[in-house]
Design a protein around this ligand. Structure first.
Ligand SMILES: [Zn+2]
Length: 114
């Protein structure tokens, strides 16, 4: 595993990025409603679909942000990089792509296939 300080910098950057993206997502979810009322050009279905997408996006951003917070806490107590499910070390390649990961690849795919 690489230096914890490196991961901390990466995770703090990610946290900032996700917080910004979430702010944008919140305002775009609000914009859909506004457009529907003021312009009325979108069909109701389109507007609902757009809003569902915006809300799904918000949910996934919030979930990643929560994981990022957890990962930062884990780093500060020296418990970072271990799978929450099986306790094995998470592969470094995975952490480089998804530094907020709290499960190893096999536990992640097992939970997605349920
Ligand atoms: Zn695992």
């Amino acid at each position: 595993m690489s230096d914890a300080a490196t991961y901390l910098i990466v995770l703090q950057g990610l946290k900032q990025e996700l917080e910004d993206a979430l702010k944008d997502a919140n305002s775009s979810a609000a914009t859909v409603v506004l457009d529907q009322n003021s312009i009325g050009r979108l069909s109701r279905m389109d507007a609902m679909q757009q809003q569902n997408m915006a809300m799904a996006n918000q949910r996934s951003l919030s979930a990643r942000l929560a994981k990022t917070h957890k990962a930062i806490t884990a780093l500060t107590i020296g418990d970072y990089g271990y799978c929450e499910t099986c306790g094995e070390e998470i592969a470094e390649g995975r952490l480089q792509f998804y530094p907020e990961s709290d499960t190893c690849l096999s536990c992640q795919s097992a939970s997605e296939n349920q």
